[in-house]
Design a protein around this ligand. Structure first.
Ligand SMILES: [Mn+2]
Length: 365
């Protein structure tokens, strides 16, 4: 296919929307974090406006999670889905490809992760936010990107708050200050109000991830956004916050520090596996000028790690990808300010050594 610019991609997007009809059975597959869920609600609402019907399948997907693929595919077949939409998933760089999900007629991808491969073809409309913005694409989060895209074909204004929650979830407030401020003024709410949604989504993702699909429909069907805050999901908040706070608190005591290369490595065990990214987000907000790496030991003999760097001095996606090179079954990926990956336990020390060596070289310059 010819090389596509934002005008041609926008035209392809509009054509995808124009061809939507009430006969279509639409599935939405989304990343399981706040930006993923919010972009999926925005997308579902747009689909309902355009076709008169809600999406028939909405499922979360995390990189490499085969059972989620199986579950999604099973439901998509059962519901006879013919159009699939992937939001906030770097499917071009993921261990599973589009073809692993379902035989669909048409597919739309709305994403802002680093691009590994242009998947545009006859069947696939593949939209990366980097085609549409000059800002760092990690900041043009999927929720805001979907909000803007569907805003070109239908009225999306009432979902501005969901775009804001996605923005906060992916830590991109600085890039969208004006939009977020305008939204809270218009709605006569506060930043705290927005953060309450973020905490609620995070606590379900961490403490009760099997209930994410239910939370999706709670957000989708809410007459009033505030109703969601009073829902039964709020019981997970306390559990989530207690565990997160205690892990954040132990950071200083338990982390290994490398002052010359502005690096801190924090190994930990947690009751809830998915808490890792919330712990590291909080730590890196406090220490924007440090490269923070969290190492999480899992029962399976695998260690997962996350890295953050807020001031842009180190690109942690490149750092991690470089550091897992040559390590059997090592993998890593993500954004410049936020990335993650895993290695088998027996290779952890090699991985750490690689990180230190790479940074030392970089700091010498
Ligand atoms: Mn995202």
């Amino acid at each position: 296919m010819e090389k596509l610019d934002s005008n041609k991609l926008e035209a392809r997007f509009k054509e995808f929307c124009k061809n939507l009809s009430k006969e279509d059975k639409v599935a939405i597959i989304h990343h399981s974090d706040a930006d993923g869920i919010c972009s999926a609600v925005i997308t579902g609402k747009a689909i309902e406006k355009l076709t008169g019907n809600k999406p028939v399948v909405v499922r979360p997907y995390e990189y490499g999670n085969r059972s989620q693929v199986r579950k999604a595919t099973e439901l998509m077949k059962k519901e006879k889905v013919n159009k699939a939409i992937f939001v906030d998933i770097g499917i071009d760089g993921a261990p599973h490809g589009l073809e692993d999900f379902c035989p669909f007629e048409k597919c739309l991808v709305i994403d802002h992760h680093k691009m590994y491969k242009d998947l545009n073809d006859e069947k696939v409309v593949f939209l990366k936010s980097q085609f549409f913005t000059d800002m760092d694409s990690s900041n043009y989060v999927a929720s805001k990107f979907a909000f803007d895209l569907f805003g070109k074909v239908t009225d999306m204004e009432e979902f501005d708050w969901l775009a804001c929650v996605g923005i906060l979830g992916d830590m991109s407030f600085k890039a969208w200050k004006d939009f977020v401020k305008k939204t809270i003024e218009k709605r006569n709410v506060s930043m705290t109000w927005l953060y309450r949604f973020l905490d609620l989504i995070a606590s379900v993702e961490v403490v009760a991830k099997d209930r994410l699909p239910e939370l999706y429909w709670e957000l989708y069907d809410a007459k009033n956004p505030a109703d969601v805050l009073e829902s039964s999901f709020q019981k997970y908040l306390k559990i989530f916050k207690e565990e997160k706070d205690s892990l954040v608190e132990e950071f200083d005591k338990k982390s290994e520090k490398f002052p010359k290369i502005e690096l801190c490595i924090y190994p930990f065990r947690a009751k809830h596996e998915n808490i890792k990214s919330y712990v590291i987000n909080e730590i890196s907000e406090m220490k924007p000028n440090k490269t923070i790496i969290l190492i999480q030991y899992l029962e399976t003999g695998i260690v997962r790690f996350s890295a953050r760097r807020q001031d842009g001095k180190v690109k942690v996606n490149d750092l991690l990808t470089e550091a897992v090179k040559g390590i059997p079954r090592g993998s890593a990926g993500g954004h410049a300010p936020a990335a993650a990956g895993s290695v088998p336990r027996q290779h952890l020390s090699k991985f750490k050594k690689n990180v230190v060596t790479i940074l030392e070289k970089q700091y010498e310059k």
